[in-house]
Design a protein around this ligand. Structure first.
Ligand code: ADP
Ligand code: MG
Length: 345
C-alpha cells in the first residue's frame, strides 16, 4: 500500500456544502448529512453520507471502515503478514490460491497493465522498495541494483487463473505492489457496504481516491474541487459536479524527493526502472474508483500526450493533467470527455 499518510488531499472536497444539515425532501424521508474520518491504509479515510438518523449512519460507517481495514490487512505491502506479501514470498514456486479480494484487485490491475502497454504494472515492487529507500535517505540508489530489480518487473510474469482462483509469479524475487490501485478498490468496496445498508448518497475518500454514489438530496451531484499544482489555492481551483463515479488524483504533491536538484516522484516508469521526474498532477474520473485510481497512476507514468490518449480510448473516463515545465510554467490539459462545467465553489 502506498504510504500517502496525510496526502495533502490534492482534491479539496467541498462536498455539497449547501446541504450540510437537515434536508427535507417534499414528502420524501428526511436525510441528515453525516461525516466520519479514520486513519487507514496509510492515509485518512473519509466518509460523507446522507442517512435517516445518527444510528444508521454510525452503523454504516463502522461497517464500511471495517471493510477497508480488512482490505488493508490483505493488500498492504508494508505488512509482512498481508496476503499480498505472503503471495510475493511464494514467487517462483507455482500457482497460489488467493482470496477473492486479492484476485479481483489483481484482475483489475492486469487489465490496466494491458491497456496501458505496461505503464501500470503491479510487479514494480522490487523497484518501489529501492526508490522508497532512496526517498527516505535522499540518496540515489545503486544503479546496478536498479537494473537488477528492473529485470524482475513485468506484468506478463504475473499469471491469473480465473477458474482455479490462483496467481502465479513466474520468477523468484518478484514483489507485488498494489499501492497504485488498492485505495480506489477500498473506496469502491466501502461504498458497496454503504449501499447494502440502504445508504445510497455517499462519498468515500481514501486519501486522493474518491468513490461517489448518488447525489446529495435535491442536488445534481457532489462538487469536487481540483487543487491546482502549486499549493492550496481555492480561488483558482476548478471543480466538477459528479455522482456515481470514481475520482482519483495522482501526483507528486506529497511524495517526492529532490536529489541533485532533480525532483523524483513515487511513481515509477517500469520501462526505465526510474521514478518520474518533474512536477505534475493527474485527476481521472471513471465509473468507479478502482479504475480512476489505476488509470491516474498509468497516466502519470505515460505523461500528458500518451496518457490523455489512453483516457480518450477508455470508455466513460476523463482526465485533466497539470504539468510544470521550466519553459512554460504550469500547463493544464484535458481529455476529450473532461466535463466542462462552470467552476467556482
Ligand atoms: P497515491 O499513492 O499518492 O494515491 P498513486 O495511486 O498514483 O498515488 O499510487 C502510487 C503508488 O503506486 C506508488 O507509491 C507505488 O506503490 C505504486 N506504483 C508506482 N509506480 C507504479 C506503476 N508504474 N504501476 C503501478 N503502480 C505503481
Ligand atoms: Mg493510483
Amino acid at each position: 500500500m502506498a504510504r500517502t499518510r496525510a496526502h495533502l488531499a490534492t482534491l479539496l472536497l467541498a462536498a455539497a456544502l449547501s446541504h450540510c444539515s437537515l434536508v427535507q425532501g417534499s414528502g420524501a424521508r428526511s436525510a441528515n448529512r453525516y461525516e466520519f474520518t479514520r486513519p487507514l491504509m496509510g492515509t485518512t479515510m473519509r466518509i460523507v453520507m446522507y442517512a435517516p438518523d445518527a444510528g444508521a449512519a454510525q452503523g454504516a460507517a463502522a461497517a464500511a471502515f471495517g471493510r477497508i481495514a480488512e482490505l488493508d490487512a490483505e493488500l498492504s505491502d508494508y505488512r509482512d503478514s498481508s496476503e499480498l506479501m505472503r503471495l510475493s514470498r511464494q514467487a517462483g514456486s507455482g500457482p497460489v490460491r488467493v482470496s477473492d479480494d486479492l484476485f479481483r484487485v489483481l484482475r483489475a490491475a492486469q487489465q490496466l497493465f494491458r491497456r496501458s502497454d505496461g505503464a501500470f504494472d503491479v510487479t514494480v515492487g522490487p523497484l518501489t522498495v529501492l526508490w522508497r529507500r532512496a526517498r527516505r535517505q535522499a540518496e540515489m540508489p545503486d544503479l546496478s541494483r536498479v537494473a537488477a530489480a528492473r529485470q524482475l518487473v513485468g506484468g506478463y510474469k504475473l499469471i491469473l487463473d480465473e477458474q482455479h482462483r490462483t496467481v502465479t509469479l513466474l520468477e523468484r524475487g518478484m514483489l507485488l505492489d498494489v499501492g497504485g490501485i488498492a485505495k480506489g478498490f477500498a473506496a469502491d468496496e466501502a461504498a458497496t457496504i454503504l449501499e447494502r445498508r440502504g445508504i445510497t448518497r455517499a462519498l468515500v475518500a481514501a486519501g486522493g481516491d474518491l468513490r461517489i454514489t448518488g447525489p446529495p438530496p435535491e442536488s445534481d451531484g457532489w462538487r469536487i474541487a481540483i487543487q491546482p499544482l502549486g499549493g492550496v489555492d481555492q480561488v483558482h481551483a476548478s471543480s466538477v459536479m459528479l455522482h456515481n463515479a470514481g475520482v482519483s488524483t495522482s501526483g507528486d504533491a506529497e511524495q517526492f524527493v529532490v536529489i541533485d536538484g532533480v525532483r523524483y516522484s513515487h511513481i515509477i516508469d517500469p520501462c526505465t526502472g526510474r521514478p518520474k521526474t518533474g512536477r505534475s498532477s493527474v485527476t481521472v474520473v471513471a465509473p468507479d474508483a478502482t479504475m480512476s485510481d489505476g488509470l491516474a497512476t498509468a497516466v502519470a507514468v505515460l505523461g500528458p500526450e500518451k496518457g490523455l490518449r489512453l483516457v480518450d480510448a477508455t470508455p466513460q473516463t476523463a482526465a485533466t493533467i497539470a504539468v510544470e515545465t521550466d519553459a512554460r510554467g504550469v500547463e493544464t490539459l484535458v481529455s476529450l470527455r473532461w466535463p466542462r462545467q462552470p467552476s467556482g465553489g
